[in-house]
Design a protein around this ligand. Structure first.
Ligand code: NAD
Length: 246
């Protein structure tokens, strides 16, 4: 049976670890021609031994490099925008620099990457854009996610805007909204607490299913949104949160 992404060129940002890595592997397993990029060239390079995956260094904050990469890669069928980071803090804790950086990485880079790849997708006659937002966004709030929640809410607004503007030209644009996923950056965040054991328990306690998500579970949803099985879905924030905001 042919893979669900057979013949489709898929471009991913932040694919060296966590959700991006799992998604690159899932896309390749489904026959996609995967270009996996990350600012961490050595780590993303480990994926290059997987059939169907080529890897490149790309810092999404370097807008000239993003535009040059889009020109070099040419039209893609699937764009997976994964780059993002979590800032910890409430409104009074959050320094303006952290607010700005949250929007720089979580939103501004998304704008530049998508704007750079969209013309090729239009030239191709369409494609699927999948943005990684978060359930902590316009979907729900948790404590100490002021800049993060605001920036991920903007990702959802951007997703809907792109979906509305290009729906007549074969472009679909959806967002994935995970709750807490077991990834290397989560471990870093947990280890930054005074009591990491208690912090991990608190993260798990938020999930009504009693466990964190795996990156592979998020990659399954990414695959669905990327491939033609989801052809009637666009502009949607797809929540995958283990019942966190039931
Ligand atoms: P991660 O945070 O463990 O890894 C992030 C990757 O991004 C790393 O490989 C890093 O090198 C890369 N990166 C950082 N800055 C970059 C840049 N400027 N250009 C290119 N690559 C860069 O991965 P994760 O936890 O899977 O997070 C991926 C996405 O999922 C993020 O947008 C995050 O906000 C979102 N998300 C994560 C969780 C979670 O609990 N892990 C939950 C909801 C949403």
């Amino acid at each position: 049976m042919a893979g669900r992404l057979e013949g489709k060129k898929c471009f991913l940002t932040a694919a060296a670890q966590g959700i991006g890595r799992a998604t690159a592997l899932r896309f390749a397993a489904e026959g996609g021609e995967v270009i996996a990029t990350d600012v961490n060239e050595a780590l993303v390079g480990e994926l290059a031994s997987t059939p169907g995956i080529t890897t490149r260094r790309l810092d999404v904050l370097d807008h000239d490099a993003v535009r040059a990469m889009a020109a070099e890669v040419g039209p893609v069928d699937v764009l997976f925008n994964c780059a993002g980071y979590v800032d910890h803090g409430n409104l009074l804790d959050t320094k303006l620099e952290k607010w700005d950086f949250s929007f720089e990485l979580n939103c501004r880079s998304l704008f530049v990457v998508t704007q750079s790849f969209l013309p090729g997708m239009l030239e191709n006659g369409g494609g699927s854009i999948v943005n990684v937002a978060s359930v902590v966004s316009s979907e729900m709030a948790v404590a100490n996610r002021c800049a993060y929640g605001a920036s991920k809410g903007a990702v959802i607004g951007f997703t809907k805007s792109v979906a509305a503007d290009y729906i007549g030209q074969g472009i679909r644009c959806n967002a994935i909204c995970p709750a807490t996923v077991q990834t290397p950056s989560l471990d870093d965040r947990i280890n930054a607490f005074d009591d990491p054991v208690a912090a991990r328990k608190d993260f798990i306690a938020r999930q009504k299913m009693g466990r964190l998500a795996t990156p592979e579970e998020i990659a399954d949803l990414a695959l669905y949104l990327a491939c033609d099985e989801s052809r009637y879905i666009t502009g949607q924030p797809m929540v995958i949160d283990g019942g966190m905001h039931l």
